[in-house]
Design a protein around this ligand. Sequence first.
Ligand code: PA5
Length: 373
Amino acid sequence: MNPKTQESPLDDVNEIRRIDKSNMLSFSIEAAKHYNEATKISEKMSADFTKPENIVIAGMGGSAIGGELLKDYTRIQAPVPIEVSKDYTLPAYANRKTLVLAVSYSGDTEESLSAFLDAIKRQCTIYCISSGGTLLNFAEKLNVSFLRVPAGMPPRAALPYLLVPQLVLLEKMGLVSDVSEGLGEATKLLGKFSRENSPEKPVGKSLAKSLASGIHGTVPVVYGFGVYRGVAQRWKQQFNENSKVHAKWEVFPELNHNEIVGWEKADALAKQFSTVFLRDKNEPSEVRSRIEITKTLMPQNSKKFEVWAQGKSTLAKLLSTILMGDFISVYLAILRGVDPTPVQTIAMLKQKLGETGTKERIVRELEKLKPAQ
Ligand code: PA5
């Protein structure tokens, strides 16, 4: 037996490949390429519509996280409110002055189709982003703007194709700036990250592998702040879907007003958690103080890690911190001996829901609609 295998499966490229059967790792290794392609595809989008009073991103799970990141990124720039709606209906205020970005990678998620139907009924301006499915069938039939992104990926791995078009569209609408520049820096940094955390790197030389090893056997808890709110959420989702573990995410300063109390008298339980603090050398001093004080108030025996954002632009920092989480979640899956790609329970749930007739009802309603002029 290879002695290295006994030490850590993460030091054995063949073992990594054997467990990662569907090659989820390739999406992290080739992240820069995917962001570049997504940028090219997004260039053909037209923002030829009246400036909206508000923006709603309608989607679920891996298709909604891009909206969460967009919301954080644009928060200090965009003059209009942006909300991510993860439900069958849109918020009550949605009307003809609302821009709805209907995002569903498969184009077949019933909540997203229902939200799309709701957006049509409310006469919102709609832009669909999807690889196809029922959503794009109806977008074509009903003259609704859409961007078709490459098919064949797990939705969560298609993040570049679901996020970049949203950023580019908002930049074209004049609602945010620095997107193109930020993406340029980000892709260079992502390439570097991918090399530094490639399957060939030994655990001691890869931050992603060493963090996965540290987290292994515990419940990951990810603490973000400000623009890293959606990043913390993404990490949690990737731990769930890739590593098949429970995970939690929280955000400063809010977590100081509830979450931290959960660490009181948690000595026995505390060692079952690993908290990852997302940090930025330019984090506001008030956040920095909170993080440092919070650490001192947490039990000594709970594991704590810090991941410091790299890069200059906000976008480069965001995307590279996301990539680090993606890598860690896949390496954690390897350590647990589980294939990161299949999400059996989600597939089973969707199959069972398919038997309830809800999607058919939504499709029947969509079929009754007339194309927009
Ligand atoms: O990551 C996943 O597979 C899920 O979270 C999906 O993204 C979610 O179920 C919605 O499906 P879709 O992205 O195809 O709309």
